[in-house]
Design a protein around this ligand. Structure first.
Ligand code: CA
Length: 519
């Protein structure tokens, strides 16, 4: 990799608190056009603090006026996997040849070494990606809560900017309830009002694992028609076929934004196993055991080869998409972002795969390529979050980032950017639900989490009182084996972390909680 932006990787706990509160989107917007060189795309910096996006969520006034520059605005593909660990790729240390295409993308683009989800479970993470708000802000704090139909999404905002907006794959934001189901689109065509503003192209299933398996299944198109996966085709390949069809059948008059949402490498819920392409068990059996799993129980011994097979199929999909963009002459005009909704701890932190504060539940791969993301940079002196993706997508389009969005454009951190990245937060903020009512922060060095005593994480979104749960020194203990939460030598660190966590909760619209020491 040609360039590494690095100044303080592995630094000790910082004396200065993060200055996220002083970060101004307007500062970014003033420099974003130059930084990302989006063909002179009009950035309406003077309107950044103007009309509230809440007051006028889909206002045409946000739209850039310059027709010439509109034509040069990049296409954007958000390539999204489900439950993918960061270390499933070569560029993050995977030894097996799982990810040649993603590694190539990283070598040309930008790799975010320390990327984390802001909510380690499907629906909430997806609500954050669509809105740029934390899950408690939209009410989607656990699975099975539909995204409120009055929320403004990245699709609405990009539509207003003149983008064609399309969605393909798993949605998981259109149904509410389980036994008490109130809105049920889990196995049905999703009505337009529950599609989050993706109005130009739609081929999706709300709960894709209910309408498909590895080699069969269906989704529904924009006209509510059932579309079968091609026979004997692995699900990832089928979805990639659909994406390539889309690239070849759009009229090309507007730049497009495609949210391409795969379910792999998620396990298949009905039989509780991972389903890689046929042959995965043999092909990927000689994997190096990740350090966090070594010596643990869990089900990774039986499941890892299929899991890696899923990841390899995604990589092949990315290779095919990039090849098709090249064939269509769109490579230089297309930003591609790649990440996952959360990671996978293989039943080593609780009885399933996620919903925990540990890195093997929250650390994800994150890559970007195309305009604004070039040169093989590895960003390893900052932690970044899924919550930064929506502002990144808008910045890539040259669009305003509404104040309601909590994250920051990742373009700020690249070598090409003239924006001040000194104000980038030193920690990511994580909300955890279902398994607990939990909150966590993760800096380059520390992991700190708290848990609300006696509350049901499927019922309560938050709490006034939390108890310290975990403190890990990731420099000394990268696999999170030694919990320092009650160690008197780390009382000062815990105090600092508690202060940071409270500040982040307040920024996310939560009440300042009482945080009690572990007993
Ligand atoms: Ca998921």
């Amino acid at each position: 990799m040609a360039s590494t932006k690095k100044n303080s990787s592995g630094r000790a706990i910082d004396a200065e608190p993060a200055r996220s509160d002083t970060w101004k989107r307007r500062d970014f917007l003033k420099t974003a056009a130059a930084a990302t060189a989006i063909g002179g795309g009009t950035v309406l910096a003077d309107q950044a603090d103007g009309a509230s996006p809440d007051a006028s969520p889909h206002a045409e006034t946000n739209r850039a006026e310059d027709t010439d520059s509109e034509q040069k605005r990049p296409n954007i593909i958000f390539f999204f996997s489900d439950q993918q660990r960061w270390d499933s790729m070569g560029c993050y240390g995977q030894k097996l040849p799982i990810s040649p295409n993603l590694d190539a993308m990283a070598a040309e683009g930008v790799q975010f070494e320390y990327a984390f989800t802001c909510q380690p479970v499907c629906g909430p993470a997806r609500s954050c990606l669509q809105t740029g708000k934390y899950a408690t802000e939209t009410g989607c704090f656990r699975n099975n809560i539909a995204l409120p139909t009055d929320e403004t999404t990245i699709a609405h905002l990009l539509s207003d900017e003149g983008y064609e907006v399309g969605y393909l794959g798993k949605w998981h934001l259109a149904s509410t309830g389980l036994g008490d189901i109130q809105i049920n689109n889990r196995e049905k065509p999703i009505p337009p009002e529950y599609r989050g503003g993706y109005k130009d192209y739609w081929l999706a299933s709300d709960v894709l694992e209910f309408t498909s398996h590895a080699y069969e299944g269906h989704m529904f198109n924009g006209d509510n028609e059932r579309v079968e996966f091609p026979e004997d085709t692995y699900r990832v390949d089928a979805q990639t076929d659909f994406a390539i069809d889309y690239l070849n059948t759009r009229d090309g008059e507007r730049p497009f934004f495609l949210f391409l949402s795969y379910i792999e490498p998620h396990h298949q819920n009905d039989h509780r196993h991972f389903e890689g392409p046929e042959g995965s068990k043999e092909r990927w059996k000689d994997y190096e055991v990740p350090g966090d799993l070594e010596g643990t129980n869990g089900d990774w011994r039986a499941e890892m080869p299929d899991y890696l097979g899923c990841c390899n199929a995604l990589d092949t999909g990315m290779g095919r998409i990039r090849e098709e963009l090249e064939r269509l002459g769109l490579t230089d005009d297309t930003v591609i972002l790649y990440t996952s909704d959360h990671a996978c701890h293989f039943k080593t932190r609780n009885g399933e795969y996620k919903r925990a504060c540990h890195d093997n539940a929250i650390r994800v791969p994150m890559l970007a390529s195309g305009p604004g993301f070039q040169g093989g940079q590895v960003i390893e002196d900052q932690v970044v979050s899924l919550i930064d993706i929506p502002p990144t997508i808008l910045a890539a389009a040259g669009a305003n980032v509404p104040e309601s969005m909590q994250g920051r454009p990742l373009q700020t951190l690249t070598d090409d950017s003239t924006a001040n990245d000194e104000s980038w937060p030193e920690e990511v903020f994580v909300q955890i639900s279902e398994s607990q009512v939990g909150r966590a922060i993760r800096t380059l060095r520390w992991k700190y989490s708290v848990r609300a005593p006696g509350l049901n994480g499927g019922a309560a979104a938050g709490s006034d009182v939390y108890v310290e749960d975990f403190l890990y020194d990731l420099e000394a203990d990268p696999h999170e084996r030694t919990n320092l939460v009650a160690d008197p030598n780390f009382a000062e660190v815990r105090d600092d972390m508690a202060a940071r966590l409270k500040r982040r909760m307040i920024e996310a619209g939560e009440a300042e909680p009482e945080i009690r020491p572990a007993s």
